[in-house]
Design a protein around this ligand. Structure first.
Ligand SMILES: [Zn+2]
Length: 338
């Protein structure tokens, strides 16, 4: 019997649904600081993320996570939610437990955190959830943060699970359509899964031509019959180098930048000497294939993106001015495996 197995001497606290105003939240947090009841440091950026969810309607008031207060009336669990109530300037109801012993905090929040990938399963994403959630982060940074945050700092932009779900539902719900192309790109090019999926998605969304996109990916993936001056050949050589960056938080953004630059060069009939995407460069806009002629002119203008040469000048490559060893990401060995 369950009753026999239950610890008879332990009484769980009663839970009461209470509305917590910003003023009440501030008072609880003040008591928490005063009595030192919560040794857990308040992470203000985490609180701001929760406040974002509260402000944009993504906070779920059915969330039964308990706000635990000790005998001092201080928060031993829930300080980030309280801080978020203050930031969002709106009252919020919580299940509140009072007179919880301080020692009970030892076993609080020890559960396994739920990932954005798991959250996506609740809105019907049934495969490649981890790749899709990483790609949504990458796309959101590309579409929204690109002008504000340099790409090497994208790793510091954190989204809540609720935000990832919202971005999926309202902006990127067709992302799973591109999963077969993602698989082909990552297996053919060795690019990171999120970069492969984001590139497939963005080129189709912003590239302006399905037939150009098909041609582009076919050559990029297979490497077959590519001229050595084709930007896709040069990009493939970069990715097939054992020295290429494979891991790390910014790998996806780095790979996305390389793949998008490859598209831009290819669609405008340009190429590059060495595949590179430096930390100081901005994440490229995607050249629309139907505007490629005008874009070609723009690409010939001096830019910080390094030497750009017409694609049919492969034989002259060694004499291109401006190329320095410092730009090289890998040795220019002839016969490098492709
Ligand atoms: Zn206390």
């Amino acid at each position: 019997m369950i009753e026999d197995a239950a610890p008879a001497t332990v009484a769980l606290p009663d839970l009461v649904r209470e509305v917590v105003t910003p003023a009440a939240a501030a008072e609880i947090l003040e008591k928490t600081r005063l009595h030192g009841c919560n040794p857990r440091k308040l992470d203000s950026s985490h609180a701001r993320r929760l406040a974002r969810d509260m402000c944009n309607g993504r906070w779920d008031d059915y969330n039964p996570d308990v706000l635990s207060l000790c005998g001092h009336g201080a928060a031993i669990q829930g300080q980030h939610r309280l801080e978020a109530v203050i930031i969002s300037k709106a009252p919020r109801s919580f299940l509140v437990a009072r007179d919880v012993p301080h020692g009970a905090a030892t076993t609080m929040d020890c559960g396994k955190a739920r990932s954005a990938a798991t959250a996506l399963s609740l809105v019907g994403v049934d495969g490649h959830r981890k790749d899709i959630s990483s790609t949504i982060r990458l796309l959101q940074n590309y579409d929204v943060e690109r002008k504000n945050v340099a790409w090497p700092a994208w790793r510091s932009v954190v989204y809540t699970n609720a935000e990832i779900v919202r971005f999926f539902q309202f902006k990127y719900s067709d992302l799973p359509v591109f999963l077969p192309l993602m698989t082909a790109v990552k297996n053919g090019v060795y690019s990171a899964p999120a970069a492969s999926l984001a590139c497939a998605y963005l080129v189709h969304r912003d590239g302006g031509s399905i037939s150009h996109a098909d041609d582009f990916f076919q050559g990029l993936i297979s490497g077959a019959h590519l001229d050595t001056a084709d930007p896709r050949w040069i990009t493939r050589r970069y990715f097939h180098s054992p020295a290429r960056p494979r891991r790390g938080n910014i790998t996806s953004a780095l790979h996305l930048g390389l793949l998008l630059k490859t598209w831009n060069f290819w669609v405008t009939g340009e190429t590059w000497e060495i595949a590179n995407f430096r930390a100081t460069q901005r994440m490229p806009d995607i050249v629309n294939a139907s505007c490629a002629v005008q874009a070609q002119q723009a690409f010939r203008n001096p830019s910080e993106d390094g030497p750009v040469v017409p694609r049919r000048r492969a034989a002259d490559r060694v004499s291109v001015p401006g190329q320095t060893m410092g730009m090289m990401h890998l040795p220019l060995e002839e016969g490098f495996p492709v």
